[in-house]
Design a protein around this ligand. Structure first.
Ligand code: MN
Length: 133
């Protein structure tokens, strides 16, 4: 075994996120055939991902605040601390904070055979869409 040094906290790019979203990468492949990726993601009030999909799905576990999670064509789901939501492979969705509070979740997924397909980013969640929730 070995200790893994903490990666610096990075700010997620505005091309794929609205508002301030910070990522601590907690786990990533250490050997060539591993796929597991775990991130601690912190969203400022009102911050959220763009619409996107994951080739091998994604599990989100909420640590604090209330997460808003929505799949395409479905209503928004409010996910509370201690609760876990699963998004199947290829299902388009977004996740983020409520307008008034911070939110933190663990984001757990596996890389695709083609890393470029692990997460495919789509359009932003507009203010109009977000405020309508
Ligand atoms: Mn996702």
């Amino acid at each position: 075994m070995r200790m893994i040094g903490k990666a610096p906290t990075i700010k997620n790019p505005s091309a794929q996120f609205t508002g301030d979203v910070w990522l601590d990468l907690l786990a990533a492949p250490q050997e060539g055939d591993q796929r597991m990726v775990v991130g601690l993601v912190r969203f400022a009030p009102g911050a959220r991902t763009a619409w996107h999909r994951h080739a091998r799905g994604q599990t989100l576990h909420v640590l604090s605040g209330v997460a808003l999670v929505q799949s395409r064509g479905q209503g928004v789901v409010r996910v509370l601390p201690g609760q876990t939501v699963y998004c199947p492979p290829g299902e388009e969705h977004w996740h983020g904070a409520t307008a008034d509070d911070f939110m933190e979740h663990l984001a757990m997924s596996e890389g695709a055979d083609d890393p470029a397909q692990s997460t495919v980013w789509l359009e932003h969640v507009t203010e109009e869409q977000y405020r309508a929730l």
